[in-house]
Design a protein around this ligand. Structure first.
Ligand code: NDP
Length: 284
């Protein structure tokens, strides 16, 4: 039987509706959650992501500001901007769009963000708390993936989850969150030998490699939940995932499309983190 297509866009829409209600309640208390996005340089993909984030904010009633800086800004100048945002009580969340130009240390910039305003969940303190299982700001894409899997009604407890990719922003954190949901997790990467030996045993398969169409039906256990994180632009200009959608949908039980799967969930989790941050900061 063909897989149910996990429409992240629809799930994201329903979470955004819940968030809009929460924001309306906060407004009654005089609180308007605020997100500031800092973007350096003119990379078209980064600008498109930032526009998507601003649109999402508008949808749920978060006040958003975009600070655009030329690629020749110095690290010191950027750190001063972050410091000012840290001190601004109207700014509840700060996001620096990555990647940054090579002369700026991403590490230094992320560490400069006040952890309570780190809505991307990339600060070492946020990551440390996530590893410890403490309540914290979770990174948006991995958090969105877990929410999507939950919406399938599939219990992760005791299942074998295989994650392909071990980046700091997707593979590593999603592996950890799956483990916290009591899945048994295997992590694969570019040095893994005989990848299909692992993927064929996966009840839940998360693919985050950035390699267009690398996963075919021969990799997938019948009935598996398959989450395709990859976003790849192929020669025709079309956006495709890391998974061969047409053939894998014939064997999986659930499959995310690209676009319209994980992507909309990522932005929605950013909005959620901003609302949570605003609530916490209002209490302090
Ligand atoms: P990275 O390039 O940082 O990491 C890719 C990972 O895939 C690495 O760990 C690499 O292994 C592994 N890998 C590469 N080739 C293979 C292979 N042939 N077999 C097994 N493993 C392989 O990418 P990201 O994690 O940042 O992103 C992954 C994809 O997800 C990209 O397409 C990106 O655009 C997309 N993405 C989508 C988001 C969304 O919201 N939809 C958000 C973030 C990312 P090794 O470590 O050994 O090099």
């Amino acid at each position: 039987m063909a897989a149910t297509i996990l429409q992240g866009k629809e799930v994201a829409q329903s979470i955004r509706a819940e968030l809009a209600n929460e924001v309306a309640e906060l407004n009654k208390q005089g609180i308007v959650p605020g997100l500031t996005v800092v973007i350096v340089g003119d990379d078209p993909a980064s600008h498109s992501y930032v526009r998507g984030k601003a649109k999402g904010c508008e949808e749920v009633g978060i006040s958003s500001e975009i600070i655009m800086k030329d690629a020749d800004i110095t690290e010191e100048e950027l750190l001063i901007i972050i410091q000012q945002l840290n001190e601004n009580p109207n700014v509840n969340g700060i996001l620096v769009q990555l990647p940054l130009p090579a002369h700026i240390s991403e590490h230094a910039v992320i560490e400069a963000i006040a952890p309570e305003k780190d809505v991307d969940g990339f600060h070492p303190i946020s990551i440390g708390n996530m590893v410890l299982g403490n309540e914290t700001m979770l990174p948006c894409t991995p958090h969105g993936i877990i929410e999507l899997i939950k919406r399938t009604g599939t219990s992760m407890a005791g299942k074998h989850a295989v994650v392909i990719g071990r980046s700091n922003i997707v593979g590593k954190p999603v592996s950890l969150l799956l483990q916290q949901e009591n899945a048994t997790v295997t992590m694969c990467h570019s040095r893994t030998q005989n990848l299909e030996d692992y993927t064929q045993k996966a009840d839940i398969l998360v693919v985050a490699t950035g390699r267009a169409h690398m996963i075919g039906k021969e990799h997938v256990k019948p009935g598996a939940v398959v989450i395709d994180v990859g976003v790849n632009r192929i020669e025709t200009g079309k956006l495709v995932g890391d998974v061969k959608f047409d053939e894998v949908k014939e064997v999986a039980s659930f499959l995310t499309p690209v676009p319209g799967g994980v992507g909309p969930m990522t932005i929605t989790m950013l909005l959620k983190n901003t609302v949570v941050a605003a609530k916490k900061q209002a209490k302090q």
